[in-house]
Design a protein around this ligand. Sequence first.
Ligand code: GLC
Length: 602
Amino acid sequence: MEIAVAVRPFGSKRPIGVPRRRFASSCVRAAVAPAKDEAGVSDLRRLSTAAGPLHPGSDLAFERILVQGLAAVKPLVIERVEPENELLAVLVVEKEEEEMKRVVVKVAEERKEPAVEKEAWRLLNDAVVSYCGSPVGTVAANVPEAEALNYDQVFIRDFVPSAVAFLLKGETEIVRNFLLHTLQLQSWEKTVDCYSPGQGLMPASFKVRSVPMDGRKDEVEEILDPDFGESAIGRVAPVDSGLWWIILLRAYGKITGDYTLQERVDVQIGIRLILNLCLSDGFDMFPTLLVADGSCMIDRRMGVHGHPLEIQALFYCALRCSREMIAIDDGSRSLLRAVNKRLTALSFHIREYYWVDMKKINEIYRYKTEEYSQGATNKFNIYPEQIPSWLVDWIPEKGGYLIGNLQPAHMDFRFFSLGNLWAITSSLTTPRQAEEILNLMENKWEDFIGNMPLKICYPALEHDEWRIITGSDPKIRKPWSYHNGGSWPTLLWQFTLACIKMGRPELARKAVSVAEKRLSNDQWPEYYDTLTARFIGKQSRLYQTWTIAGFLASKLLLENPEMASIFTFEEDMELLEGCACSLTNHPRAKCSRHVPKAQVLV
Ligand code: GLC
């Protein structure tokens, strides 16, 4: 079977027939010929790409290339159902979809917005970026008088809360356009010192530029210019971008009921390219992803290299999203097996080795070291002297959390909020661990929320630690500022999601009301400084879009808590059974600690 489709085939970095150029082509439109399903029946419903222009008004001819052997994709809206329950499951899903639509309409039509929300919506709409006449994203910050740096670009991670706000308001076009256009930018021709990023990489950000048209005087065309980190500080590839893209793609499908987007062949290829990049073999011994420093929200040197929690939590979540979305065909079966295997290993590894609470810290305190055997208890040779003095006093009797990073002979005991929150949302933690993380945050309210939610990490680095770990970065020299323990209001929507998932919306409500008192007066800053977030960040941007959108998303989620399900996942017993089984049945099971099954599951 051959499908004509306007996407890159595997093994090619740009669409066939498209001239080599520095930028992504302008105003693209997809075109897919009807495919046939396994029974040979043409199924137009599945071929969403055939459904006209990418966005209204875009009418340019689209480059057509051939992708061979891709079976028509299967609508995947249900997780693992037995055939006899299939009809029931379909009905349940349809009912859920109807309910979602009803809520979105209610949000769009009936809400009486308080003034602060009205202002936030106005600012969010002002931040919208158009490309060829259609909305495709939001700029990072919209302060015309300030030096733009790269804040005039659409950042993938920054757009996610904007997308949530728009989706919950029923404005879906911008999200659809964003997903499709960023897909077109995936791993484009960009290099740092003659070296190109891996295929499948999504850019950190993109900018719409007007450039003179080849050979036509006085005429300009709009192009999308992606940045894969080659212009960013530190020149680090944004590992989180592709993971966010997958997470947003699933959310879009769940809320709109428009699964045709994720079924498109080009979108399916996009998902697979990201997964191939993440799942490719390397030298690593752990199921966690090995990354360079600054490859996520914390995008400068902060000691978040190796296996930082933030990346692992987003990775886990993206794998679970992909499992729902990947079309099952001959080409994807082994990929799906790899996804399942990785999910199992990842959840075991994180639940077991990243978790700390009073009991576990006491265990580490009494660790034997230098154990060579496969039955070692202290598997990573952690010297108990590493337990920082702040932790000894700080860790409450009730509550625990996932540490920031785990490497040979090194545990980074700092608490990183984004990673912990996504671990709850995606069920990377056990239900008990999820409870305990929220208990800790509640218990240490002043440290995490204080005068503005939410601390990016706790505690801040100081003195020699700051010098050695950050390489003396002056922007984070002050403790409790920016990435070094500053407070970032955008994290509020992710806290809200986790609280709703755990049935504790009142915690989120309390945090939102703290934010609501200040954000508008303070002109929606990017971040706050000091231990309890009393001051607007020293070099903080004002009118930061993800601050605005994060606030709106939190409000809308709290009003419609059922909508949190577009991002959340429940515990998957099958994955956990795999985990417990490999511990007991694996020929080299002894190399793992004897973890009782109950510990993996609870
Ligand atoms: C800063 C943040 C990064 C964000 C970007 C745009 O670089 O560290 O996470 O994406 O600003 O807001």
